[in-house]
Design a protein around this ligand. Structure first.
Ligand code: ZN
Ligand code: ZN
Length: 260
C-alpha cells in the first residue's frame, strides 16, 4: 500500500473526473491520500477540502494558509481555521504553511507572520504541520527552531527540493522529508543524492498533484496514482524494493499523522 502524503484534488482541475482519479489511485494500491486545502481562507476553499475528506474513507484533509495567500491571513482567518480544525476529525494536519520567496505572491513580512502564527495555532491544536519552503531555507529553519522545535509534534518538509543542508537541519528538527515527482526528473541528480541520504524512517512520498508530474508522465496532469513513480524512483536510489518503500513510507505516514 502507498500513501500520497500531499495532494490537491479538491480543486477545479479535478471537477470533471474526480471519482475516476480516486478510483485509479485505489487500483494501483494507494490506500490513503492527504488532501491539502489551500487558497483564500475567507473564500470557502478550505471547506471544499474538508468536504472531500468527509465523503471518502481513504482521503484525509489538512488546512492552513499557504505562503502565497499569507497577505489574506488575519484574525478572522485565524478564527475560521481554528474552528474548522475543531469541527472536523478528518483534518489531521495544519498546512501547508511556510515561506515562498521564489514567487513572492505575498509580501515577505506577511509570509513570516502567517507562518509564525500558524505554527503557534498548530501547537495549540496539537496538530502536525506541513511545511512549504522555497528559496527561504535559512529563515524557515530559524522560524521552526523558534516556534516549533519545543512543540514535540510531528512535521513534514513537503515537496522537498532544497539543499543538503536544509535536509540535514530539517532531520535534526525531527521532521519527515517528503519527496514528490521532482525527484524523478532527469536533471534532479543532486536531489536524488539527498534522498539517498535521508534515513528511511523519516521519508514520505507525495504527488503535490495537479503539479509536478513524475517521469514518465511529464506533460500530463498529475494525480495520486502516480505516487507509485516517486516510490519506484526512491527504491532505485536507495537500492531497495518498491514494496519496501511502500511499507516504510506508509508506516511513517501513520506515525507522522497518527492515523491508519
Ligand atoms: Zn507546497
Ligand atoms: Zn501543495
Amino acid at each position: 500500500m502507498f500513501v500520497d502524503s500531499h495532494a490537491h484534488i479538491d480543486g477545479p482541475e479535478f471537477d470533471a473526473d474526480r471519482e475516476a482519479v480516486i478510483q485509479r489511485a485505489r487500483n494501483v494500491g494507494v490506500g490513503a491520500i492527504l488532501n491539502v486545502g489551500t487558497g483564500n481562507p475567507h473564500s470557502g476553499a478550505l471547506e471544499r477540502a474538508i468536504q472531500l475528506a468527509e465523503s471518502q474513507p481513504d482521503i484525509f484533509a489538512a488546512v492552513g494558509t499557504h505562503p502565497h495567500d499569507a497577505r489574506l491571513f488575519d484574525d478572522q482567518a485565524e478564527e475560521r481555521l481554528t474552528r474548522l480544525v475543531q469541527q472536523s476529525s478528518r483534518i489531521i494536519a495544519w498546512g501547508e504553511i511556510g515561506l515562498d520567496f521564489h514567487y513572492d505572491n505575498s509580501p515577505r513580512e506577511n509570509q513570516r507572520e502567517a507562518f509564525r502564527r500558524q505554527l503557534r495555532l498548530a501547537r495549540a491544536a496539537k496538530l502536525p504541520v506541513i511545511i512549504h519552503t522555497r528559496e527561504a531555507e535559512e529563515e524557515t529553519i530559524e522560524i521552526l527552531r523558534a516556534e516549533w522545535a519545543a512543540a514535540n509534534l510531528p512535521g513534514v518538509m513537503h515537496c522537498f527540493s532544497g539543499s543538503a543542508k536544509l535536509a540535514e537541519q530539517a532531520l535534526e528538527l525531527g521532521l519527515f522529508i517528503s519527496f514528490s515527482g521532482i525527484v524523478t526528473f532527469k536533471k534532479a541528480q543532486e536531489l536524488r543524492e539527498i534522498a539517498r541520504q535521508v534515513p528511511i524512517e523519516q521519508l514520505l512520498i507525495e504527488t503535490d498533484c495537479p503539479y509536478l508530474t513524475p517521469v514518465p508522465f511529464r506533460g500530463k496532469r498529475n494525480e495520486p496514482a502516480y505516487v507509485v513513480e516517486v516510490a519506484r524512483c526512491l527504491a532505485e536510489v536507495k537500492g531497495i524494493t518498491i514494496d519496501e518503500v511502500a511499507r516504510v513510507t506508509t508506516a511513517n505516514f501513520s506515525r507522522a499523522f497518527r492515523i491508519l
